[in-house]
Ligand binder design. Sequence first.
Ligand code: PEP
Ligand code: MG
Length: 289
Amino acid sequence: ARSSAAAYLSTPAATADGTRILTYVNIADPSDVEAIDIATCDGVGLMRTEFLFSHGLPDEDTQYRAYARVLEWAAGKPVTIRTVDAGGDKPVPGFTVQEGNPFLGLRGIRLSLSRPEIFRAQIRALLRAAVHGTLKVMFPMIAVPAEYAKAKAMFAEEALALSARGTVHRMPPLGIMVEVPSVAIAPEAFADVAFFSIGSNDLTQYVMAAARDNAAVANLNDTAHPAVLRLIREVADFGAARGIPVSLCGDAGGDPPLIPHLLRAGLRELSAVPAQLAAAKAAIAEVTL
Ligand code: PEP
Ligand code: MG
């Protein structure tokens, strides 16, 4: 099965009845791209940036170089970079705080908005890197529209500051992760975002009240549960009705048994870790919609 799955790598993903499915890769360390042939995917669906924060807080130039490197590698294909999602299962010394319920606390966009100088350095790095390719930026753990509005305003402010200094930059489309149930249940509050990317890892744990890192409740942590799939379908329908692209970048996107459920829920863009890309494309090819 392994070699036959690998045969799918070289062709664009499509279902058995011919619906094209955009397939992206998830990356973390910018050097991940060295092992990936850009021709095998439609771009990067999720670049996690926590890796850059694992040896202390990175400065703006270090981040700029990391993002620019991935954008250059992608050669014009879209690269979706997520602003830092520290906290929860991803503690960052010197940045995240000690708290009783880290999955329900100051993580993702909440933490970034509470430490604006750290967030603004990442924003400037992204704005500068954007000229090196087709960048899209998304925010993790958005729960209410005010968080998106604040982050978007900070992008506009930093772009103005870069302009004033004569620094080359570009404003990327700004989207949000759909991983907090409030967003999936009431997406109409977010009709002004450029795109949605469903984070099925967190969406599943929050809908099922089953921590993603606790083996004792792994049986409950099920993206194929009808409650989770219903939310995914509603977000896909909302995006289609409003012309807002919807993709999925959680681990489910590279999980062959889940892929038929995701496509039947209406998704047409999936992102998977590189090791699962061939298997994901093979699973897509078996689905009849
Ligand atoms: C998710 O929650 O599905 C996701 C893609 O983000 P992370 O796994 O980094 O929390
Ligand atoms: Mg998440």
